[in-house]
Design a protein around this ligand. Structure first.
Ligand code: SAM
Length: 238
């Protein structure tokens, strides 16, 4: 976990937060790896890989002004809690909503996150397309993060409706990010987003092609988006 400590120090996270967040992340990792023997939560089974590919990768955006200046963050398709859980641990003063369509995953991560002391997050089972239409959640967040959930054009339709005008969507993407971004230009325009930058600084040893794409929400998303559950992935806004 030394690597995680150093990473957090490089982002100027306070020492008293590092002191509690890092052991909590380790405890959370151990619980998820234990659960993974019974329930399929993640393809990663070793601690080393978990530290690199889940913990360090989730924290890639933690030094950004966008995250540091935000108060409310939603993680769409959080799965086993990434990137939402590591971020909630290092930013205890911010409010997080972790969303996933699978009830079993949400139940497990809620229980384990509470055990490691997370008090600044709520956990909701549901589909992004449904929740983003609800008044309580629509255009209510400073930041939306999402990792490994859908191709960019689909992801924008899931995520941008949650972000307030002037907020940001941070898409964690893998090797095909350039093609995905190219194919999503129309969706970006329709949904009110504007690409601002790509962060390719990389903290993991093996995955050299992970990036975080920062999208600024310039204008409101038209009310008809997201379309009904299932439609964005079946008929992406290309
Ligand atoms: N973000 C996690 C990570 O990077 O480890 C999990 C990635 S997993 C491959 C994708 C997750 O997205 C699954 O847990 C799935 O249930 C969830 N998901 C897919 N489509 C969704 C939707 N429309 N609304 C909410 N969750 C969704």
């Amino acid at each position: 976990m030394k690597k995680i400590k150093n990473l957090l120090r490089s982002f100027e996270i306070e020492e008293n937060i590092i002191k509690t967040a890092v052991p909590a992340m380790e405890e959370y990792m151990n619980s998820i790896l234990e659960w993974n023997k019974k329930v399929n939560l993640t393809a990663i089974t070793s601690r080393e890989e978990f530290i690199d590919k889940h913990l360090a990768d989730s924290l890639m955006c933690a030094g950004s002004n966008e995250i540091q200046n935000s108060k409310t963050i939603i993680d769409v398709g959080t799965g086993a809690g990434f990137p939402g859980v590591p971020l909630a641990l290092i930013f205890p003063e911010k409010s997080f909503l972790l969303l996933d369509s699978q009830n079993k995953k949400i139940e497990i991560i809620k229980e384990e996150a509470q055990k490691v002391g997370i008090r600044n997050a709520v956990f909701i089972q549901g589909r992004a397309e449904d929740l983003a239409g609800e008044e309580d959640y629509r255009e209510k967040f400073d930041i939306c993060v999402s990792r490994a959930v859908a191709p960019m054009a689909v992801l924008l339709e899931y995520c941008l409706p949650f972000v307030r005008t002037g907020g940001n969507f941070l898409a964690y993407k893998g090797a095909k990010w350039q093609q995905e971004l190219y194919a999503a230009e129309n969706a970006l325009d329709i949904l009110g987003g504007e690409k601002i930058r790509i962060d390719s600084s990389n903290f993991t040893k093996e995955d050299t092609d992970h990036v975080v794409i920062y999208i600024y929400k310039e204008k409101e998303t038209p009310r008809k988006y997201p379309r009904k559950a299932g439609k964005p992935s079946k008929y992406p806004l290309l």
